[in-house]
Structure formats: structure tokens, C-alpha cells
Design a protein around this ligand. Structure first.
Ligand SMILES: NC(=O)c1ccc[n+]([C@@H]2O[C@H](COP(=O)([O-])OP(=O)(O)OC[C@H]3O[C@@H](n4cnc5c(N)ncnc54)[C@H](O)[C@@H]3O)[C@@H](O)[C@H]2O)c1
Length: 382
């Protein structure tokens, strides 16, 4: 930890300076009283400067970052030189496991982008390793950090809404073929997976978080309808939960990129909860059986608890919430809202769906053994 005016200031590094790292650098620059960016790492030497220009930071914030930060081509060299408190891992998904493991072994807390890794056993190994080292893993499960979501989850857990009946989640997160041809890893079974593993994994996590449960059985169907990619562009499925609730799932990347939608519906005994993000605009309703919408009440409570600045910052960039929460978790020795176990369970679910497609049957969770995602390449999706 640093010896600057804030004695608890933490040193952060980002490994992987591509598309999503822009969200990270923006979040870190807004938290500059708590976190100092010390390193940007990318094996493409041009990537850090593209990131710095692409983030469009205000000139003061940019010069502050430039003054504290060094760039590296090799993350191991960075770990040795910088000894960061936090490492954000924003490389292609197939590389998450090894880099995350090396960072944990070097004593760093990690902010790991979703999906946690491409393997259920690797995810489990990572969160157990972090726990044994007393380190934190925060997952890039952005939906958990949307305004008022944590309060709703808290109240579901407290029993305010009664028993959970069923849920429904829709992720229509379209990308054109150009997105898949931009980088060789995208849309491949080995390094990315399809609509479920890339676009839907954190939405599945949110459903379990909001329903205060874990999935126990899954079954799904997948296809590749419109996109030129190895894995699926469309998936449909259902899962059953420990608490008896059922949930249906639609995840696709084959819709229009101009009409992104992620929506979450929960039918509880005493209320019906709807959270949605459509074309970047959030909407919430928590409607009781008496027809009362509690959304504003939650918003007021959220502002009272976290403040207006925080609300606006997470609404604009949920990664701000992930960093703030991880910072608190490290200082208070608590657990991040989206912790390593949530990363593992979400990947386990996705792999359960894939296995149900491969074996044409319902699959029990958690998976009892490693499911190698590459085995999906043997089926035709067209
Ligand atoms: N949470 C979210 O909302 C969200 C959104 C988008 C992407 N993601 C996840 O973030 C990750 C990255 O996605 P992206 O779209 O930014 O990818 P990207 O291809 O745009 O960027 C990846 C970067 O990693 C670099 N890289 C590759 N191998 C490296 C290595 N060994 N060492 C250092 N750098 C290396 C590449 O050069 C590239 O700059 C993926 O896992 C993706 O699923 C999360």
C-alpha cells in the first residue's frame, strides 16, 4: 500500500488493453483518491496508447495516470517490478486462468473479467486458491452492480418478497460478423464460447443472485443462425434451482447491435420484479401484489445509502462499482458483491448447458467433473 495522503491507497495494474479495458481505466481514474494505476500490460506494444486515447479521459486525469504508470509487454515482468495490490485481467477469456493464477500466486487481488475461465475445474481452483491466500477475486459481473440491484437481492434474501416462483432472463446482445472477425479468439470454443459463455454468463449469475439460489439442473438448445462463428450465436434453455424456482433463458448475439437488451424478470410470492436495460436505458419495476411499484422507494434508499455521486457513476459505468466494492472488500477483509465463487457457479452453469446440448439430456449441477468446452466442436450448429 502507498504512503501518499490516503494511507490505504492501492496500486492497480491492467493486463490486456483492448475494448473492455476502457471501462476499467475510466473507473480507476474516477477513484484516484483510492487507487493508483501503476501499470498497463499488453503483448501488443501499441495497445496501451490506443487505450489511453480511446478512454477520452480529461487532460488532468490523463496526465495523472501517465505520471504514475509504466507499460509492459510481459505481465510476469510487471508483477515482479510493481507488486500491485489489484490486477485487472482483461485479456481474451481463454487466457484468464493462467494469468489469474500467476497474479494470485504473486500476492495480488484480482478483478477478473467474465467468464471467469473456460473451465469449471479451473474456476474452482482459482477461487479456492484466492481463499487460501487471503486474496479477493472480484468478477466483471456488471449486472450485480446496477443501481438498486444489491438492495433487491438483499430483500429477496430477507424474505420480503416471499417464495420465488420462477424467473426469465433475456440477453439479446447483437454483434455483427465484423466483431467476430476483429480478433481471432472471438466466437471460438477454446477461447470465447458463444452467446451463452460470452454474452449471457453474467446474466445467469444475476438471476441466481436475485433469486438467492444456485442452479441444480439445466437443459438447453443452441444454434448458429446468422453469425460466422464457431460457437453458438443463439441459445435457449431452462434451469431449476436449489430453492425450487425455475428459470427460462434466451441468449443471443444474432440480433441487431443497435438494439441491445438485457432483461430480468422474477415472479415472487408477494411481488413481481422487472429489471431491464434496453438500448442503454435502464428500467426497474418492483410491483407488489397490491399493484404498488416500489422502484422509487428503492432508488431513494439506494441514494441514501450510497450517495448520488455513486449512483450516477455506476449507472454510467458499472465497473466503477466493481472497483469501489473490491477496494472496500480488500480493506475490510470482506467479500466482493460478485466474488470468485459467483464466477465459478456461472461458468459451471454455462458448461452444464453446453453439456446438455452435447449429450441431449438434462444435466445436474455443479458438474461433477471437468467438461472440456472444446468437445462442443464435434457438433454442427448450422
Ligand atoms: N464485463 C463486461 O461487460 C465485458 C465486456 C466486454 C468484454 N468482457 C471480457 O473481457 C475480456 C476481454 O475482452 P475484450 O473485448 O476487451 O478483448 P480485446 O480482444 O478487445 O482485448 C484483449 C487485449 O488483450 C491483449 N492480450 C492478449 N494476450 C495477452 C497476453 N498474453 N498478455 C497481455 N495482453 C494480452 C490483446 O492484445 C488485446 O489488447 C474477455 O474475457 C471478455 O469476455 C467483459
Amino acid at each position: 500500500m502507498s504512503t501518499e495522503s490516503n494511507q490505504n491507497k492501492l496500486k492497480a495494474a491492467i493486463i490486456g488493453c483492448g475494448r473492455v479495458s476502457i471501462k476499467h481505466i475510466k473507473a480507476i481514474s474516477k477513484l484516484d483518491d483510492k487507487i493508483t494505476l501503476c501499470a498497463l500490460v499488453d503483448n501488443n506494444p501499441d495497445a496501451p496508447s490506443h487505450l489511453l486515447s480511446g478512454a477520452k479521459l480529461k487532460s488532468g486525469a490523463l496526465s495523472k495516470i501517465r505520471s504514475t504508470m509504466k507499460t509492459y509487454l510481459d505481465y510476469k515482468e510487471m508483477l515482479e517490478a510493481v507488486h500491485p495490490d489489484i490486477v485487472a485481467i482483461t485479456v481474451p477469456s481463454g487466457l484468464h486462468y493462467q494469468i489469474a493464477k500467476d497474479c494470485l500466486l504473486a500476492g495480488a487481488n484480482i478483478l477478473l473479467e467474465k467468464p471467469m475461465t473456460m473451465s469449471n475445474t479451473a474456476c474452482k481452483e482459482l477461487y479456492e486458491l484466492a481463499e487460501s491466500q487471503g486474496l479477493k477475486i472480484a468478477m466483471g459481473h456488471i449486472y450485480r452492480y446496477f443501481p438498486i440491484v444489491s438492495l433487491i437481492a438483499e430483500d429477496v434474501k430477507n424474505g420480503k418478497f416471499g417464495k420465488i416462483g420462477h424467473g426469465s432472463v433475456i440477453v439479446r446482445w447483437g454483434h455483427e460478423n465484423e466483431y467476430y472477425s476483429q480478433a481471432a479468439w472471438r466466437g471460438t470454443w477454446k477461447s470465447d464460447g458463444g452467446a451463452l459463455m460470452n454474452q449471457t454468463v453474467h446474466a445467469l449469475d444475476l438471476m441466481c443472485y436475485l433469486m438467492n439460489t444456485e442452479a441444480t439442473r439445466v437443459t438447453g438448445m443452441i444454434a448458429s443462425r446468422f453469425r460466422d462463428m464457431e460457437a453458438e450465436d443463439t441459445a435457449l434453455g431452462v434451469f431449476a434451482c436449489q430453492n425450487g424456482a425455475l428459470c427460462q433463458v434466451e441468449g443471443t448475439t444474432a440480433t441487431s447491435p443497435d438494439d441491445h437488451e438485457a432483461s430480468f424478470y422474477i415472479n415472487a410470492e408477494n411481488a413481481c420484479i422487472r429489471i431491464a436495460l434496453r438500448k442503454g436505458k435502464p428500467s426497474y419495476s418492483i410491483t407488489t401484489n397490491k399493484g404498488k411499484n416500489l422502484a422509487f422507494r428503492y432508488l431513494r434508499r439506494y441514494i441514501k445509502q450510497f450517495g448520488l455521486f455513486y449512483l450516477i457513476a455506476v449507472a454510467k459505468n458499472p465497473h466503477f462499482g466493481i472497483y469501489s466494492d473490491l477496494y472496500q472488500a480488500i480493506l475490510s477483509k470482506g467479500s466482493p458483491i460478485a466474488d470468485g465463487r459467483s464466477g465459478y457457479l456461472a461458468v459451471d452453469m454455462v458448461l452444464g448447458f453446453y453439456r446438455s446440448v452435447l449429450e441431449k439430456q438434462e444435466i445436474s449441477l455443479p458438474l461433477s467433473e471437468e467438461f472440456p468446452i472444446e468437445s462442443m466442436a464435434q457438433i454442427s450448429l448450422k
